[in-house]
Design a protein around this ligand. Structure first.
Ligand code: SF4
Length: 243
C-alpha cells in the first residue's frame, strides 16, 4: 500500500503544530460571530441543551486521536460530548468498542460512564455550525484550539481524520502542507518516524445510509489505526469481513 513519498519523508522530520496558544478549550469562546449567534438562538429554543463549544473527550494520553468535524445540532451540541446523541456516533462508538478503544459500545450522554481507552476524540470546529457546514474562516479560527491540544497530546501516534475537512484542519494544526497529503478513504500518510495520519470518510448518517462508508470499511480503517499505533485492536478483527 505504501503511498508514502520519499520527499515527504525527508521534508517532515518532526511535527510542529502551527500555532501555540496553549489553550485547547475555552467554553466561553465567541470568536466566530455567526456560530456564537447560532448557539445563542439554540439556547433560547432548547434551554436544556449544552449549546456551547463542545470539549474533546477521551484518554488524557491517547495513542490514537480521532478528529471529527463539528458538533451535531441535536447530538454533541445537546449532550456536550462529541458524537453523542445522534446517528453519527452509532458506528463510531460501536467500532471503537470492538477495537478495544471504548469501555462500551454506545455513548448516550456525557454522564453515562463511558471511557475511551488509548483514544481521544477532538473536533475540528467546537461549536455547532448551521447545516453542519462550518465556513473556512471558522475552521481557521478554531484551529488554534486544535493545534494547542495536539501539542499537548504528545503520546499520540496516529491521527484518524474523519472526512476531508477534519483531514485539512489537522494538517493546518500540525503545520503541514495540504498538497503533500491528499485526502482519501483508507489512505495512510506517514508524517515522521513515529506519527501517522489515516483518513476515513466521516461516519455521518448520509455516508452510512448511502453506503459510501460501510461498517466493514470503517472497522478496517480503525483496525489499521490500532496497528499503526501499536495497539492490539483485538475485538475489531471479528467484524473485519466485508458486509
Ligand atoms: S468554533 Fe471554535 S473558535 Fe469559533 S466560536 Fe466556537 S470555539 Fe470559538
Amino acid at each position: 500500500m505504501e503511498r508514502l513519498r520519499a520527499e515527504q519523508r525527508l521534508r517532515v522530520t518532526e511535527l510542529r503544530p502551527a500555532r501555540t496558544l496553549n489553550v485547547a478549550y475555552d467554553p466561553g469562546c465567541t470568536r466566530c460571530p455567526r456560530l456564537a449567534e447560532f448557539l445563542a438562538r439554540t439556547r433560547q429554543r432548547h434551554p436544556d441543551y449544552w449549546a456551547r463549544p463542545v470539549p474533546s473527550f477521551g484518554a488524557a494520553r491517547p495513542r490514537i486521536v480521532i478528529v471529527g468535524l463539528a458538533p451535531g445540532l441535536h447530538g454533541a451540541n445537546r449532550t456536550g460530548r462529541p458524537f453523542t446523541g445522534d446517528h453519527a456516533g452509532l458506528l463510531l462508538y460501536q467500532t471503537l468498542y470492538e477495537a478495544g478503544l471504548a469501555s462500551r459500545a454506545q455513548s448516550h450522554s456525557a454522564q453515562d460512564g463511558l471511557r475511551l481507552i488509548n483514544a481521544r476524540i477532538v473536533n475540528t470546529v467546537k461549536c455547532v455550525p448551521p447545516g453542519n457546514k462550518p465556513l473556512p474562516l471558522e475552521v481557521r479560527h478554531c484551529n488554534s484550539y486544535l493545534a494547542a491540544e495536539l501539542q499537548q497530546l504528545r503520546s499520540a501516534r496516529v491521527y484518524l481524520a474523519l472526512g476531508r475537512i477534519a483531514h485539512e484542519g489537522l494538517l493546518l494544526a500540525l503545520g503541514l502542507r495540504r498538497a503533500a497529503y491528499p485526502f482519501g478513504h483508507g489512505r495512510e500518510h506517514q508524517l515522521d518516524a513515529t506519527h501517522w495520519l489515516i483518513d476515513s470518510y466521516h461516519c455521518s448518517r448520509y455516508n452510512t445510509a448511502t453506503r459510501r462508508l460501510t461498517s466493514a470499511m470503517f472497522v478496517k480503517v480503525v483496525a489499521r489505526a490500532c496497528e499503526r499505533a501499536g495497539l492490539p485492536g483485538a475485538r475489531a478483527s471479528a467484524r473485519a469481513a466485508p458486509d
